[in-house]
Design a binder for this molecule. Structure first.
Ligand code: PLP
Ligand code: COI
Length: 401
């Protein structure tokens, strides 16, 4: 029996893989096999020209013993976009889901028990198999689902990981393939990761055109948390206190528009105001109606070169529901100085807090330290859904009894 708690993010053999070939315009029905080797033509365009894409998704053993697969259709749709990007034959969504469910059924004994921190990871792969030497796409392909139980992606897991800003090796071009999950992007990133690892960091990619903006954190999206400043008519009304947790400084607009005094604090039930007299602040509904998290902004980069993460999309939904402002826009590296928390996010790591970011060109280190309260709350909110501890009101999980 496997030692579930010792699992890392490495391949562990399971009983079956699932396969389905596309040949002469027809998809074969997915089938399970113990044979882990592929017999493809040496001139297959997948081998010659990297015509290949893949996916990654997880099955979680829940608190109720049931298994939940997270947002499988989203992975299926993303794989279709990747396939279309490389002029491959897209796997129909129904076929993709049928193959995942078969892979689960055949490897059910490898779904780690609840509370081990491990999950069963599915790696769907699409490889073009048409033999061709002239440079061009092949249409025949093979779809495979590998299943493997895994532990944390970053060795430190939720304890946090240090990153180093990279401006010398690009994983993908702004008008290239970064938005798709194609093997070539990962091969292109190996060197950058090796350089970062040698210095004790993970790699933070910047945009390949200007190298000024944050793109991705190795193979994960970036999230930053910023304390909001409340500005009305150009006057800053208040901001969260330095400790970010329990005190909120609500500025009173004095005669000179500058006076500031601590007027309230964030309690269990949102913002409690100390304010008794009638001041301008009473007109600002922001202070009365917003809950604790509405003082924070969830920031994530907008870039044509990053993979649209399904985890990030889920976290953005949860953040909005918690009352946070969610912004997807270009983020300059220097803006890290204004963030109270930062993390990498993806299926593999869920949320991995960033302890610090070192920018060697400018000799600056942005410190974040211990995982912060907002990311911790988001992490638990997502995991509660994935492990069936709360109602899945978005219908994100496919439950297998
Ligand atoms: N960015 C890259 C480059 C990835 O490979 C992944 C992993 O799939 C992600 C981000 C995170 O995406 P998701 O949350 O869908 O796993
Ligand atoms: C993720 O699933 O979050 C990833 O980073 C994918 C990677 C292991 C290829």
């Amino acid at each position: 029996m496997l030692n579930w708690k010792e699992l890392t993010f490495h391949y562990t053999e399971t009983d079956y893989i699932v396969r389905a070939a596309y040949k002469n315009g027809v998809w074969e029905k997915p089938y399970a096999t113990r044979d882990k080797y592929m017999n493809i033509h040496v001139a297959a365009t997948g081998l010659q020209y990297g015509q290949e894409c893949f996916e990654g998704l997880k099955a979680f053993r829940g608190i109720d013993g049931k298994v939940r697969i997270f947002r499988m259709e989203e992975n299926a749709r993303r794989m279709q976009r990747s396939a279309e990007g490389l002029l491959m034959t897209p796997v129909p969504v129904e076929l993709f889901c049928e193959a995942i469910l078969l892979a689960l059924e055949k490897n059910m004994d490898f779904v780690p028990p609840y509370e081990t921190g491990a999950t069963l990871y599915f790696r769907p792969v699409l490889v073009a198999t048409t033999p061709e030497i002239s440079v061009g796409p092949g249409k025949d392909c093979e779809f495979i689902v590998i299943s493997t139980p895994i532990g944390p992606y970053f060795p430190n897991g939720f304890k946090g990981t240090p990153f180093i800003v990279n401006r010398h090796i690009d994983r993908s071009a702004p008008q290239g393939t970064g938005q798709w999950k194609v093997g070539g992007n990962y091969a292109a990133s190996f060197r950058a990761s090796e350089v970062a690892h040698a210095m004790g960091y993970e790699c933070m990619f910047t945009d390949a055109k200007t190298h000024k903006y944050i793109d991705e954190c190795t193979a994960s999206n970036f999230i930053g948390i910023k304390k909001c400043r409340m500005v009305q008519n150009g006057v800053e009304l208040g901001r969260i206190g330095q400790n970010g947790k329990d005190s909120v400084e609500l500025g009173r607009i004095g005669q000179n528009g500058k006076d500031s005094v601590e007027l309230g604090r964030i309690g269990q039930n949102g913002v409690e105001l100390y304010l008794e007299d009638e001041t301008t602040l009473h007109n600002s509904t922001q202070y009365y109606t917003t809950a604790e998290l509405s003082f924070y902004e969830y920031l994530t980069p907008r870039s044509s070169a990053i993979l649209p993460s399904i985890t990030n999309d889920s976290l953005m939904t949860l953040a909005r529901e918690m009352g946070m402002k969610v912004s997807r826009r270009k983020i300059r590296v220097e803006e890290l100085a204004e963030m109270s928390e930062a993390a990498a996010c993806g299926t593999a790591c869920v949320i991995s807090p960033i302890t610090k970011v070192f920018d060697p060109e400018n000799d600056v280190t942005y410190h974040f330290g211990e995982p912060g309260p907002v990311l911790t709350k988001l992490f638990h909110a997502l995991q509660d859904i994935q492990y069936g501890r709360v109602e899945d009101k978005h219908g994100w999980c496919k439950i297998i009894e």
